[in-house]
Ligand binder design. Structure first.
Ligand SMILES: Nc1ncnc2c1ncn2[C@@H]1O[C@H](COP(=O)(O)OP(=O)(O)O)[C@@H](O)[C@H]1O
Ligand SMILES: [Mg+2]
Length: 1037
């Protein structure tokens, strides 16, 4: 009897975590009955409401009670605790299982959103899996007279499309377990250990064991648990003796991998495909859900891609098949997680539509026994007939008896299997119990190191006891006085831990990395209770001192994040150090800055691991975290958005790449895959070397952005030429080079304008033609070249509305190369936009570093208009508007020609007219022969001429004053930049800080003086011009 039912979907909102609290995060989610509303933090109007079968508010309104349980503040409060989530979701699953249905519970959400908390729980706040088991065994106990129940427990992990048995007693097989398919059973994991269980405590113990395996595997293999799926399977068989029926159900409880995706920024795509299996299973799950949702809407779907991944193979019956399925989608309430949360909610929305057809399962074992019994009955009947016929010793009778015994043995075997399994499990249980008691005793006697993992679920699982004496800690465990640990960058003998006279010390073996509380150590160091240790590149441990030293302190604050914040702080990266002093707003109001900081902390251990893998695999590249745009600004001088990048250097060949965060994370995953194959997998010399195109450590060389300089354009609208030396500043504020530049207003022919062409009022330019030349003369003191000679540079720039950047030709092997690059720009009808641009913006000159083997950057003039005189036309929107033609090439070129012609014509006309006038005057004077006639007009025109001349000279003086002013402003601006970048060094002590403050004060003083001087000079010059003008006017009147 197939019942059609939809996948039930629940959503749960967790409390803020520490990081979100620190960031002063805003809660953007609210819940009302079964509706969840989420608000876009950037747009108050943008709200979306999602309706689910259940919506749990676990964000606020709770207290921690005496037993450590999180419960509602007041009875009947809206806070949903673990018990109420179980009541809503777990209970139904248990009921279904007991009725003989298959049931599945999936937890979906971004890493850290609370999947494991809901599924497994934390401390006394037990999650769905243990509570469900508790309920199950309680039910079994109370109903044992009506039915016999058998429960098998298994636990597996899918990582990188490999199945790992978390309960296996033997070491894991390379490549993981195989997933097979059988007609009756569907997909199943071959050789997966299934443990018979009789109590909830036993299940909890098994889960602990599984978590321990997961933790060890994660550290050994350098794997990240947020990328793995954990699947707990319970097989429940109920034999109803009276009714002679058997019901069997499979319950799958799945804690899925983190749903977050690494989005590549902008148009950047990695050369290497995204880590192929980075989350093939999760992506396929999404595809399966989408396809099934389409089916539910009545659309025709040809293919449901169950077979595309391990996870979907194993969950086939849970999705659109024979199972009652529940999904819990967990979300963070914080504004900074909006994108991820909304994507989780959309996913859950789709899952709601899936329809399953669940049936009660009749157990195959029981059927087999029944069949055997029926066959036996038939055999017995035939035997008794043969007996009656007196054929007792007959061949046929012998054969029948053999069959009968065989069948009976088989029946007995099937029935005793369960007992045997139970016995085995019991033995296991006893050894484990002894181990646990022993561990407890040791915890109360000795100091130890407690593992700390990025995933809280895997933290505090491994304990390394430091008993009295000296202990070698490292890969080797050959001597009885050694503690074996594995992990990236761990040496055979890594460090010596010594426990003597109630003191514990650590001494790194030379060449191995040991960090205590964020500081690398090389000598014997005494450890204090709760010291943080990092061994190798990223094996993190919290030191737990002698029992007497332990107070009732809370160790949970020393989480993975704490370890790495401490490391970052030691490197000088603190939240306030990213914060620009000019920006008085609090960091809290800048989520983007905070995101950069957290990215840095998150990527730090990954970079350390990448470096270690590079070293072990002899890749010869080094990785270093960088904060991009730390000192960069746009054409208006506003700070550019900061982001994390990774600088990759090939030390030997002095080659450099810069990878985006997304690219690095993708590559890191591919590196792990390679590392696991080559280093951990023990692939010997017989594995062929990886072709370069497939090597995640390698990339083709590309021009590298080294820094930028700002060339302010404000002198151009006055038609004042400037000559400037601008400083090219690197991303982190370093001086990369000095560029000698010129901006020269010119005639259409390219000849420079004279001083008489200087404008006082730039609006006079509007609607007129403007020509100017940009000259890049020389580049001096190139740091890029000082580091290595086999390099080159190019400068790129994009003027106003040019579609593409233009580049200077490449210059190689010279730290002070001559560029002598000259480009003319023309605006045919200067628009207000162009004028505004010139008055308020800078041309950003980008310095690009070239390396041997990389191709030059080339200017692409597609879509740009060039005059016959090779001048590049800018401000084209205005031209096309005015001329009502498309700004496409030829038409515009001809318009430019036309314009040039018109200009020539008009100046020709003017010259002709002047010539004619002169002639007439000459003729007139010859006729008149005297001055009288000429005097009046002559005086008049002379007056005008003089006034005009006066005007030009006064304006020219004013313009000259402005020119001087702009020049001096350039150096003031440089001074300001220097001031902004001037920071004390991170390791500065008090005297050094004093010195810094003095220097700073001096710089400030110089800056103020220069500014004062400039303004004073301008005032004086203007005053002088005004005075002169007044005198002249007074003279005329
Ligand atoms: N509902 C909740 N109430 C209290 N703490 C929670 C809740 N959900 C998650 N947490 C805490 O948030 C952190 C991350 O949760 P976790 O379940 O490990 O996330 P995930 O498994 O999704 O990566 C853990 O410290 C966990 O204890
Ligand atoms: Mg988890």
């Amino acid at each position: 009897m197939a019942a059609k039912d939809c996948v039930k979907v629940a959503v749960r909102v967790r409390p803020f975590n520490k990081r979100e609290k620190d960031a002063g995060s805003r809660c953007i989610v609210s819940i009302n009955s079964n509706n969840l509303t989420i608000q876009d933090p950037r747009n108050q109007q943008n709200r979306r409401v999602f309706t689910f079968d259940f919506a749990y508010w676990s964000h606020s309104g709770f207290v921690r009670n005496k037993e450590g349980l999180f419960v509602p503040e007041e009875a009947g409060g809206r806070y949903a605790d673990q018990a109420s989530v179980f009541q809503g979701l777990g209970h139904g699953i248990l009921e279904n299982a007991l009725q003989g249905y298959n049931a599945t519970l999936l937890a979906y959400g971004q890493t850290g959103s609370g999947k494991s908390y809901s599924m497994v729980g934390s401390g006394p706040n037990k999650g769905l899996v243990p509570t469900l088991c508790h309920g199950l065994f309680q039910f079994i106990r109370t109903h044992h007279d009506s039915r016999q129940c058998q429960v098998f427990f298994s636990m597996l992990e899918i990582y990188n499309e490999q199945v790992i048995d978390l309960l296996s007693k033997t070491s894991r097989s390379p490549g993981g377990l195989r997933v097979r398919e059988e007609q009756q059973r569907g997909f199943y994991v071959e050789g997966l250990r299934k443990v018979a269980c009789e109590s909830a405590e036993q299940v909890e113990r098994l889960m602990e064991q599984g978590t321990r395996t997961r933790t060890t595997a994660a550290t050994h293999m350098n794997a990240n648990s947020s990328r793995s799926h954990m699947l707990v399977a319970l097989q429940l068989k109920q034999i109803f003796c009276k009714e002679c029926i058997t019901k069997q159900s499979n319950v799958n409880l799945v804690d899925l991998a983190g749903s977050e995706r690494q989005r590549c920024s902008g148009s950047e795509v990695d050369r290497l495909k995204e880590g192929t299996a980075i989350n093939l299973s999760l992506t396929t799950l999404g595809n399966v859900i989408s396809a099934l949702a389409e089916v539910a809407l009545g659309r025709k779907v040809v293919h449901i891609p169950y077979r595309d991944s391990i996870l979907t193979k194993l969950l086939q019956s849970a999705l659109g098949g024979n199972s009652r399925t529940v999904m819990i989608a967990t979300v963070s309430p914080a504004d900074i997680c909006y994108e991820e949360s909304i994507s989780t909610l959309r996913y859950a929305e789709r899952a709601k539509r899936i329809q399953n057809k669940a049936v009660v399962n009749e157990g195959p074992t029981e059927r087999l026994v029944n069949e055997l019994k029926t066959e036996n009955a038939k055999l017995l009947l035939r035997l008794s007939r043969l007996d009656q016929e007196g054929r007792r010793g007959d061949q046929e009778t012998k054969e029948l008896r053999r069959l009968l015994t065989h069948n009976e043995l088989q029946i007995r075997a099937i029935q005793t299997l369960w007992e045997q399994h139970l016995q085995e499990a019991l033995k296991d249980w006893e050894t484990q119990y002894t181990n646990i008691t022993q561990e407890r005793r040791m915890m109360q006697t000795f100091p130890y190191m407690l593992n700390v993992n990025e995933d809280v679920q895997l933290s505090g699982v491994i304990k390394l006891f430091i008993q009295e004496g000296d202990w070698d800690v490292g890969l080797e465990d050959s001597s009885p006085k050694s503690i074996s640990i594995r992990g990236l960058g761990i040496q055979k003998r890594h460090a010596i831990f010594s426990n003597q006279k109630h003191r514990v010390t650590v001494t790194p073996v030379s060449g191995s990395k040991v960090t205590v509380n964020g500081i690398p150590i090389t000598e014997k160091t005494e450890l204090q209770h709760l010291d943080r240790l990092i061994l190798g590149s990223n094996s993190t441990y919290l030191f737990i001192g002698f029992p007497a030293d332990r107070a009732a302190d809370d160790w949970s604050r020393f989480d993975y994040h704490y370890f790495h914040s401490e490391l970052a702080a030691a490197e000088g990266i603190r939240l306030d150090s990213l914060h620009d002093e000019r920006d008085q707003r609090s960091v809290r109001s800048k989520p983007s800055l905070l995101a950069v900081f957290y990215d840095y902390i998150r990527l730090m251990p990954m970079v350390a691991e990448a470096n270690q893998m590079s070293e072990e695999l002899n890749k010869g590249v080094e990785f270093k975290l960088e904060i991009k745009n730390l000192a960069m600004s746009d054409s208006k001088g506003h700070d550019l958005e900061k982001e994390i990048a990774v600088r990759v250097t090939c030390v030997e060949r002095k080659q450099v790449w810069v990878w985006s965060k997304a690219k690095f994370i993708n590559r890191k995953f591919l590196m792990e895959e390679l590392y696991q194959q080559q280093a951990v997998g023990g692939a010997g010399a017989d594995t062929p070397p990886l072709p370069r195109e497939k090597d995640p450590f390698w990339d083709p060389l590309e021009p590298l952005h080294l820094g930028s300089a700002h060339l302010w354009l404000q002198s151009l609208p006055y038609r004042i030429p400037v000559e400037e030396q601008v400083e090219v500043v690197g991303s982190e504020g370093t001086e990369e080079a000095i560029l000698q530049t010129q901006l020269v207003p010119c005639h259409p022919t390219g000849l420079p304008l004279g001083e008489d062409d200087i404008l006082i009022d730039p609006t006079e330019l509007l609607g007129k033609r403007l020509d100017f030349v940009l000259v890049l003369d020389r580049c001096c003191g190139l740091r890029w070249l000082r580091e290595a000679r086999n390099r080159g540079v190019q400068i790129g720039f994009q003027m106003f509305d040019c579609l593409q950047p233009l580049y200077t030709p490449a210059v190689w092997h010279d730290a002070n190369p001559l560029l002598q690059h000259r480009v003319q720009f023309t605006a045919l009808n200067t628009s207000p936009e162009l004028l505004n641009y010139l008055q308020s913006s800078a041309l950003v000159l980008q310095l690009w570093g070239l390396q041997e083997g990389c191709s030059d950057l080339v200017s692409c003039l597609d879509g740009m208009v060039v005059t016959p005189g090779d001048s590049i036309v800018i401000d084209t929107a205005a031209v096309s508007e005015n001329m009502a033609v498309d700004s496409a090439g030829s038409e515009l070129s001809s318009s430019v020609l036309h314009e040039d012609l018109e200009q020539l014509k008009s100046s020709n006309d003017a010259l002709r007219k002047e010539n004619r006038d002169l002639r007439e005057q000459l003729g007139a004077s010859a006729h008149a022969g005297g001055r009288g006639l000429l005097s009046a007009p002559c005086v008049d025109s002379g007056h005008q001429e003089r006034r005009g001349g006066q005007r030009t000279s006064c304006d020219a003086e004013l313009a000259r004053a402005l020119k001087v002013f702009y020049h001096s402003m350039t150096s003031v601006r440089g001074q300001l930049q220097r001031l902004r970048r001037h920071r004390p060094s991170e390791d500065a002590d008090l005297p050094a800080l004093r010195l810094f403050v003095d220097e700073h004060a001096h710089l400030l003083k110089t800056f103020a003086e220069q500014l004062e001087e400039c303004v004073c000079a301008l005032k004086q010059d203007v005053a002088a011009v005004v005075r002169r003008k007044r005198e002249k006017c007074a003279g005329w009147s």
